[in-house]
Design a binder for this molecule. Sequence first.
Ligand SMILES: Cc1ncc(COP(=O)(O)O)c(C=O)c1O
Length: 379
Amino acid sequence: MNLSIPVNEPLIGIKEKEYLSDCLKTGWISSVGKYIDLFETNWAKFCGKKYGIAVSNGTAALQLAVDSLNLSTGDEVIMPSFSIISCVLAVVRNKAVPVLVDCDPDTWTMDVNQIEKKITNKTKAIMPVHIYGHPVDMDPVLKIAKKHNLAIIEDAAEAHGSQYYSKINTAKGKWEKCGSFGTLSIFSFYANKPVTTGEGGMVLTNDEKLAERLKSLRNLCFLPNRRFCHEDLGYNFRLTNLQAALGVAQIERIDKIIAKKRWIGKQYNKQLMGLPLQLPSEKPWAKNIYWMYGVVLLDKYNLGARITMARMKEKGIETRPFFVGMHEQPVFKKMELFKREKYPTTERISRKGFYLPSGLSLTTAQIDYVTQSLREILS
Ligand SMILES: Cc1ncc(COP(=O)(O)O)c(C=O)c1O
């Protein structure tokens, strides 16, 4: 079988084309227009939040979210070592200090048991990051944040529609969407995300004042009553109506998108059982959307992720390595950040983990081919 299976590809439907051509016909191609408003309103509603502020990408969303908290130089934000650089960047660029905790060996999300011992009198926020579609164990995070009066910047970039069973508000508990928990919650709509606008992001909040501040920051902090006059430093992080049109179309079929992601995850789970691999988990309190289906080679298997990935490539299958821990990033070593810090779970999974094709157009035959190929390589 000579297949070329990408790790991801966007699935663009008829509605996207219809809404896009509406933008072109009406001339609303810039950062104002009905699709921007609809995208913000509909995504906030889907996630259970009041306000949505669409921005140019997820990295910008993090940057704005941290900026909106008005941190002072040296304030600290606790976050996972296993994540994308955007999380640390947002904090460092706002002159605050990122403080790391290791990840949980099962879910690969931040180990919530390590948070409290990292709290100091400078700590101002916690940044939980839902990894590869699996939620962070949010109730302990919410309790710690309340106890120490900390903001939560929830990074749900990879967790569109993932759910967490929270018992914070009711004794019986309730399934809540990822992105509904943060003081500020952020999303990415990059092309490899379940809902994609090509490039794009959003910040969600229930706080009206934060929402106003975020809107101002995204648009150069023009004074409302005097354009071209500024009391603060902002950014141009605007999303276009064209991009938002794609998002609006996809939110209309979000249930189908999530069902397909979960179906892919379950097919892989079934077919990869018994191989020397740790498969993604789904805790009883979690609904994983398997944004990317990640696997970690078990220690008893001799080859590393790199060689295994190269062999997959020879078979026409594209894969991607896991994140490199933030404490191991050359750029942060140069900056003398995270000096001599060790996060053993992050280190192990970043060397032994990679993810398999997980795109929305993946077929049963492709999943069979990927799993059969991996079986051959690992046996
Ligand atoms: C957890 C997480 N946060 C933030 C981002 C940044 O999003 P973007 O690529 O849209 O800037 C990503 C990107 O994939 C991500 O995975």
